[in-house]
Design a protein around this ligand. Sequence first.
Ligand code: FAD
Ligand code: NAI
Length: 479
Amino acid sequence: MANKEFDVVVIGAGPGGYVAAIRAAQLGFSVACVEKWVNPADKMVLGGTCLNVGCIPSKALLASSEEFEKVGHHLADHGISTSDVKIDIAQMLKRKQGIVDKMTGGIEFLFKKNKITWLKGHGELKAKNDGGYQIDVSPVKDGEKASVTARNVIIATGSKARHLPGMPVDNKLISDNEGALSFDTVPKKLGVIGAGVIGLELGSVWRRLGAEVTVLEAMPEFLAAADAGVAKEAAKQFKKQGLDINVGVKVGEVKTGKDNVTINYTDKDGKEHTLDVDRLIVSVGRVPNTDGLGLGNIGLATDERGFIPVDDHCRTKLPNVFAIGDVVRGPMLAHKAEDEGVLVAEVIAGQKPHIDYNCIPWVIYTSPEIAWVGKTEQQLKAEGREFKPGQFPFAANGRALGMGSSDGFVKVLADAKTDEILGVHVIGLNASDLIAEAVVAMEFKAASEDIGRICHPHPSLSEVMREAALDVEKRALNK
Ligand code: FAD
Ligand code: NAI
């Protein structure tokens, strides 16, 4: 290969790595990105977990299942009658894969446009040398063996599903996220271990398509990371939809038969149960991925949880070696990885970027969606911070009623003295988009009064955000 030395070599082309590569190229650096992902069609692709087996395919299936449920159950109210509604799972999966292919192909186009060299294969840090760091690339399919020197290294190797002992994932009977995004039939009975983000999103998908879904969660509280009021509303909505969520359980022996899985578990009251399902999803979190990366060869090590230690600017303890995304501390979210990718490229360029981790939004794409930014009510109480809450329901919003989706509310938490917004929590239709206003407001250190005084379009769901902000001073207009 022509250029064996690069200003920047990124290892991993998920949302952290590919964005870092593009930003570094925009800043004028020579950039290479090592990536080894091979998709089900045996093609090497960019995009990592997010595009291939994460954010993008899951949202495609969520949309298909929501349409199916809508046509089957929610159109009569509009005076629209339907009969014999069917779902063609093969077509649904084909559509999902089409979206994934379009997105991963898009990154390949962006790499070419930005003159980023894609080093196809597995990257391993080999040694520190005069020019920087030596990285060896071993082909996994296409491509050739290569050894390159990086003046700056960005490690963006992401994460992988955590598996549990005694529950071998074959992505047929027992699946992690990969299998759960590709079931070729709707299971009659589906078990889900872990009521976290994946369990709730994918459990909802298959429930809407007809599966009887039982979720087993170890923690005594449901959605402990969310605001307690939101978690309570979510539990109510999911129960109404038929998701059977059991908290405080201890999963015991799991046995696989020819075409079923039997799970023994103890419930929160100590009673023993046996659950028989056609398929089981194990969604108990993800672990950072540093397999075969050669960290030790250059004097780096992971912490006790497997993450690469970094500072606020994603610097490791070695000069010119950075790590970003799921492989470092902080939430395992695509937009967090992307922002760290931009930040590191700009640090390398001598700029002074900053990420406020308190302003990274969370979204759970269930129906209704759940989104939040900043502190929850229980966190503020634990910190002893005085705050005023404001809350407004979608049920009092004309647009939500017109759209036939008026469950949930927006809640704004503001400092009792200064009125600065400390946290915003949304459960309801399009929460993923509505939360962006709150993120902007918090980044600008806005007060709840600022949102309350800004003109919002009518009729729109965004009016619920404004009314919740006004409700902080108990001056909501439609409550
Ligand atoms: P990854 O996307 O994991 O990419 C790492 C890349 O590095 C991979 O392509 C891998 O092949 C490559 N790699 C690793 N080691 C090497 C090596 N030695 N050599 C070469 N290549 C290597 N987040 C959201 O924000 N919103 C969502 O809606 C959302 N939905 C999700 C749904 C599911 C089912 C899952 C599993 C995750 C979801 N996430 C979501 C999380 C999101 O996917 C991750 O936070 C994000 O992908 C992390 O990006 P990353 O760049 O750090 O790593
Ligand atoms: P998670 O951390 O969200 O949830 C895992 C759940 O499993 C927790 O509630 C935990 O208490 C439970 N659990 C752990 N061990 C258990 C056991 N032995 N028995 C029963 N329950 C057990 O992890 P999940 O859902 O696997 O997702 C991984 C990560 O991927 C998320 O944390 C998130 O960062 C990312 N993601 C983000 C999405 C989004 O932004 N919308 C969507 C999907 C994933």
